[in-house]
Write a protein that binds this ligand. Structure first.
Ligand code: PEP
Ligand code: MG
Length: 386
């Protein structure tokens, strides 16, 4: 990665996992550039503008100079933001939101704290299973989660159980091929059918929880019965290793859960809203579809309405609610989500300083008004125009 300065790919979508990895690495990236990109001769120079999603080929010297000047100005702006990265995200009228990071391992967690994150709102454990030939066993997972607690040193840490399926396939698990993997046996659905995977992970988590606070989160939950079953398995795994009680929460990423959030909230210790999948399932747009990438917009008022409903239900039952999808790391999205009343925003470490600065720059009252108008809007464009 040392020699890669940017990434432009012909396919994919802005919340596909390739894009999420590029963001974690701080690489300027554009997705869904189309097949014309593949025709560029080898050795061509290109300018990638990740902020507007444009890639320029065959650029003239003067354009290259201009691009270099923009890169330098952006680096200077980032350095200025860095100065205030450890200040809390407290609005001008004193409302504070917790800012956390999405990570895949302890090294990224340490980097996130250094970047100003106050906790980890989402550890994606499926990355531990990718790019290898066998599944990590209980001891290996225990060591990884224990290392996480050591790095976090008592800070909040939400570890999500395996979210295999969808665009994250693990060949050695020999799972049957599916026509629509995003609508298939994914996340908690897989864990409930593959209890070998579930118990290995839960036992490792409960053993690690003896070394520092951990919250366990299940992805892709759709039915209340799944929570009841998962809670029973948690209790059993905990007893097997004599682990401590830990909070158990779910991702809110299936519209059914957001719509019925009042009935799910009393069953869990916390919610974390996954806006990437919630957007894909609400708008019926594959999050990796290159032709529909621009339409897969988490600022769509339909998505915001589901988020607002989830937060309202969470507040009514005293359930903590965070957001760990891409919308949390977008300065406008973060202001709207804060205005809706979420307790925490979890994002790529790269976004922490700018989101904190955006939230410090405005009042909670103004964000509440912004959120109300965003939910009442008709199109994502109208939301952006606010
Ligand atoms: C989400 O769906 O918003 C989310 C955070 O989970 P993932 O991107 O890993 O599916
Ligand atoms: Mg998801």
């Amino acid at each position: 990665m040392r020699f890669i300065v940017g990434l432009a790919i012909s396919g994919g979508g802005p919340t596909s996992h390739t894009a999420i990895l590029a963001r974690t690495l701080g690489l300027p990236a554009i997705v869904a550039a189309g097949s014309a990109l593949l025709a560029a001769p080898e050795g061509s120079q290109a300018v990638i503008d990740g902020s507007v999603g444009a890639v320029y080929l065959n650029v003239a010297r003067a354009d290259l100079d201009r691009a270099e000047a923009v890169v330098a100005a952006q680096a200077a702006a980032r350095a200025a933001l860095r100065e205030s990265r450890h200040q809390p995200a407290e609005t001008t009228d004193g409302h504070r939101v917790e800012i956390a990071a999405n990570v895949a391992n302890a090294k990224q967690a340490a980097a996130a704290i250094e970047a100003g994150a106050e906790g980890v709102g989402l550890m994606r454990t499926e990355f531990l299973f990718l790019e290898r030939d066998t599944a990590p066993d209980e001891d290996e997972q225990y060591r990884i989660y224990r290392e996480m607690t050591e790095v976090m040193a008592g800070r909040p840490l939400i570890i999500r159980t395996l979210d295999i399926g969808g665009d994250k396939q693990v060949p050695y698990l020999n799972l049957p091929a599916e026509e629509n993997p995003f609508l298939g046996v994914r996340g908690a659905r897989l864990l409930l059918t593959r209890q070998d995977l579930l118990y290995t992970q839960l036992r490792a988590l409960y053993r690690a929880a003896k070394h520092g606070p951990i919250k366990i989160m299940f992805p892709m939950v759709t039915h209340t019965g799944e929570i009841e079953a998962l809670r029973t398995h948690c209790a059993r795994a905990r007893a097997q290793v004599d682990g401590p009680v830990v909070p158990i929460g779910i991702m809110v990423e299936v519209p059914a859960v957001a719509v019925m959030a009042d009935r799910f909230a009393p069953l869990v210790d916390f919610f974390s809203i996954g806006t990437n999948d919630l957007t894909q399932y609400t708008l019926a747009i594959d999050r990796q579809h290159p032709d529909l990438a621009a339409q897969a917009d988490s600022l769509h008022p339909a998505v915001l309405t589901l988020i607002a409903n989830t937060v309202r239900a969470a507040k009514a039952s005293g359930t903590w609610v965070g957001v760990c999808g891409g919308l949390a790391g977008d300065p406008l999205g973060a202001r709207i989500l804060t205005g809706l009343g979420v307790d925490e925003l979890s994002m790529s470490a790269q976004d922490v300083a700018s989101v904190k600065a955006a939230l410090r720059g405005e009042s909670f009252a103004a964000m509440q008004t912004l959120a109300e108008r965003a939910v009442a809007a008709t199109t994502p464009e109208a939301v952006r125009a606010l």
